[in-house]
Ligand binder design. Structure first.
Ligand code: GLN
Ligand code: ZN
Length: 763
């Protein structure tokens, strides 16, 4: 179909869609199939038939719900950035020799005995992780459209009006990584546009009317010339003689000056996120007058029911801004669970407040009908949404004045500890630790005995008392091991925790754990984030008994082990009816109460982990300082209830710490353990540069790898660290928790760690 024909059809554009959908399967069928394939238990045909079945069901349900344009190519065996790398022929040369294309794909994602995998990192500020494509100096791009054409073929056979979705060229290159001395990948934009041009031509040949190109990077400050890049790219793609109509989707924030730039190009549709952004500028862009505006009014990444009245108001107000309005989710619903009906244990009020992936589709469809036929056409839906919103607003569980008063009182009193010097002296008096104290980050290997005990408890095979007995046996093992190894500060090993956030969420009021609310975190890994719906309170101590038990077995100090407020928020679905800072303060108060109880139980050292501090960092520079302020305040609120002689530790990982390094210093923990093994201690210089002067434990070996580090290697790292930090302030520890390692690996590695510390102490 030629462009002219397509243009004439834009007079009857689509009216309702979503930007993408979950793909793991309503019961994690894809996860199971892919893992079986990796283990050699099913063959490729069987895997492909599971995948095709999931696609078919997804499309059928979207059509049945009433969407008039269905996104395809949003399915993935692992990740959409990796799919795009395959599409444009940008897999790294080191996988080229893997003969089978699917195995090559998985080798790039996960590595194999001979091939190191590509890196993985967070997709913007979500909990989804993508595979980072590598662009070397020799990289050439060639089109490999099999996946997208194959899915379109399937959709056609099913009679679906399909709209292929592809990561856009600006976003693809911006999120890729230059390797082997290549220039920044964006330098290759023009070459890559050639390949996209070829793709668009092929799609037009097949009669595809619309293609969606995702450019979320345009709402961030990762590139500083978003407007120029958008204009250059979409003038070229828009100017092609043979192509489908082009829909450029943006999400996770406000477009700012890339909006008028995109609007000046010949693309037919622009998508904006009206949940994360306000869309305030939309009325002032005259070039939108002949475009479709795809208005993301239904939140694609949180689980709350939409206020349909408000959303319809937003949509109606936009009518003048563009040629036509399409109702959509703000982003792909990849980030939310499939459907509410899988939850049979939900409090009815809470159920009425929620919308998962499927329910969001029905909201989009209702809004599209309301926009077309008027508010009265959906008055029943609006009434139901209104009732849910009123019930949520007035629910006493969201309005606990006592929590709010306690926070104000503590904040008013300063929430401060004594000076760092005073604390150091008081703690040394109490703990009498040697120079270069050795410790670990908290978890020990999750043995099969632990997993069996958890499964047995869940299935009712054993009672709580037996479970507790088995966990205590695990703790006793771990304490014995640490004493044998000669570590200075011990941990209980965290056997009772399935997950460092869920464990606390299950014990705090204000949280709800779903039964089947799985979302993809990366590849085949799925997580089930708790829902933080109400004011947070701690009905009773959460960790004290376990830690006291561990402490009763040893004369060495045992660290209390808690998860910090920012990390608890980052890995939960959070309420959207109050500022995140307020929610963080409530969680912080619960953690603070726990620290005070641990202290009363005689625990002298308490670690409050904040591995997700970097994760919630806003995408726009102007919003970063405010976030870091409340994040630091929440941490301090959670850790300032204890005496100066109680030592507060924190732990951070998963990051380039650059932008948060000042905040790390501001946390003012007495001891900070931090991932450093892979960055060769560089983080220490960065900490010095911001005036950090408390103690620090740079991770001296990488726990993400099964490799056991040698004594000399660790000693060398420690000596390197001593160039940046005096011995009185330096701790010795691995770079993260040990739960993914085997007991043998851990025993050997820690033996070497203790020996290296002894060697360097005596230097
Ligand atoms: N204390 C946790 C553990 O050791 C910290 C995990 C993390 O940093 N992600 O497992
Ligand atoms: Zn960590």
């Amino acid at each position: 179909m030629s462009k002219d024909v397509v243009m004439s059809t834009t007079a009857v554009p689509f009216t309702s869609t979503i930007l993408g959908s979950p793909r793991i399967g309503p019961n994690r069928e894809l996860k199971r199939a892919v893992e079986k394939y990796w283990a050699g238990r099913i063959d490729r045909d069987e895997l492909e038939s599971v995948a095709a079945g999931l696609r078919r069901d997804t499309w059928a349900s979207l059509v049945a719900a009433g969407l008039d344009s269905v996104p395809v190519n949003t399915f993935s065996y692992y990740d959409q950035m990796l799919d795009t790398a395959v599409l444009v022929g940008a897999l790294p040369p080191r996988v080229a020799d893997v003969p089978d294309d699917l195995d090559r794909y998985f080798a790039a994602a996960r590595g194999n005995d001979d091939i190191a995998p590509l890196e993985m990192t967070k997709w913007f500020d979500t909990n989804y992780h993508y595979i980072v494509p590598e662009i070397g100096p020799e990289a050439t791009f060639t089109l490999n459209p099999d996946k997208v054409l194959g899915e379109l073929e399937e959709a056609r056979a099913q009679g679906i009006t399909a709209r292929p979705v592809v990561v856009g060229p600006i976003t693809f290159l911006t999120l890729s990584k230059a390797v082997d001395g290549a220039d920044a990948p964006l330098a290759r934009l023009d070459d890559l546009i050639d390949v996209y041009s070829e793709l668009l031509g092929l799609l037009a040949d097949r009669g595809i009317e619309w293609v969606q190109l995702d450019e979320p990077v345009l709402v961030t400050d990762i590139v500083d010339n978003a407007a120029e890049l958008a204009e250059r790219t979409y003038n070229r793609l828009g100017g092609l003689a043979k192509r489908p109509s082009v829909f450029v989707a943006t999400y996770f924030g406000e477009l700012s000056d890339a909006l008028p730039a995109l609007a000046r190009t010949p693309v037919e549709a622009i998508g904006v996120d009206l949940v994360a952004g306000t869309g305030a500028a939309l009325g002032a862009v005259p070039e939108l007058a002949d475009k479709l505006l795809v208005a993301g009014v239904v939140d694609g990444r949180n689980i709350w029911r939409t206020d349909l009245e408000a959303a319809l108001g937003t949509l109606s107000a936009l009518r003048e801004a563009a040629a036509a309005i399409v109702v959509s989710t703000s982003c792909s619903t990849l980030h939310v669970p499939y459907a509410l009906d899988a939850e049979d244990d939900l409090d009815p009020a809470l159920r009425s407040w929620l919308a998962f992936g499927f329910e969001k589709v029905t909201e989009v469809v209702a809004l599209a009908r309301g926009l077309k036929d008027g508010r009265d056409a959906i008055s029943a839906e609006i009434a139901a949404s209104h009732a849910a919103i009123e019930s949520r607003k007035s629910d006493p569980r969201l309005n606990n004045s006592r929590v709010r008063e306690r926070i104000s009182a503590i904040v008013a009193s300063g929430a401060k500890r004594g000076s760092a010097d005073h604390r150091r002296a008081a703690q040394q008096d109490r703990l009498k630790l040697p120079a270069l104290p050795t410790t670990t980050i908290g978890s020990y290997p999750q043995t099969s005995a632990i997993r069996i005990a958890r499964a047995d408890l869940r299935s009712g095979k054993i009672a709580a008392a037996e479970y507790e007995r088995r966990m205590k046996a695990e703790i006793a093992e771990v304490i014995k091991l640490q004493e044998q190894l000669g570590l200075d500060v011990l941990v209980h090993g965290e056997p009772e925790r399935n997950d460092m956030v869920q464990y606390f969420a299950e014990q705090l009021d204000g949280f709800f754990a779903t039964q089947n609310g799985w979302v993809q975190s990366y590849g085949s890994r799925c997580v089930r984030p708790p829902i933080l719906y109400g004011d947070v309170t701690r009905p009773k101590p959460m960790t004290v008994e376990w830690i006291m038990y561990a402490q009763s077995l040893t004369d060495k100090p045992v660290k209390g082990m808690l998860t910090g407020p920012v990390t608890i928020l980052a890995w939960s679905f959070v309420r959207d009816d109050q500022p995140l800072a307020d929610t963080a303060a409530q969680v912080a108060l619960a953690i603070r109460d726990e620290t005070v109880d641990l202290q009363s139980a005689g625990i002298a050292i308490i670690q409050v982990d904040e591995p997700a501090l970097r994760e919630l960092l806003p995408l726009r520079s102007k919003d970063k300082a405010a976030y870091l302020n409340w994040a630091v305040d929440a941490f301090r609120l959670s850790t300032s209830g204890v005496e100066d002689s109680t030592q507060i530790h924190t732990h951070l990982c998963y990051s380039e710490f650059g932008e948060v390094i000042g905040a790390i210093a501001d946390l003012d923990a007495d001891v900070t353990s931090i991932e450093a093994a892979r960055s060769h201690m560089e983080v220490l210089g960065d900490l010095n540069a911001v005036g950090f002067s408390n103690s620090v434990g740079p991770g001296v070996y990488d726990i993400h790898s099964p490799r056991v580090p040698g004594v000399e290697e660790i000693a060398t790292s420690l000596r390197e660290a001593l160039d940046a930090v005096p011995a009185e302030r330096l701790w010795v520890n691995p770079d993260c928790g040990l739960k993914t390692r085997t007991t043998d690996e851990v025993t050997e590695s820690l033996k070497h760690l203790v020996a290296a510390a002894a060697e360097v102490r005596g230097r």
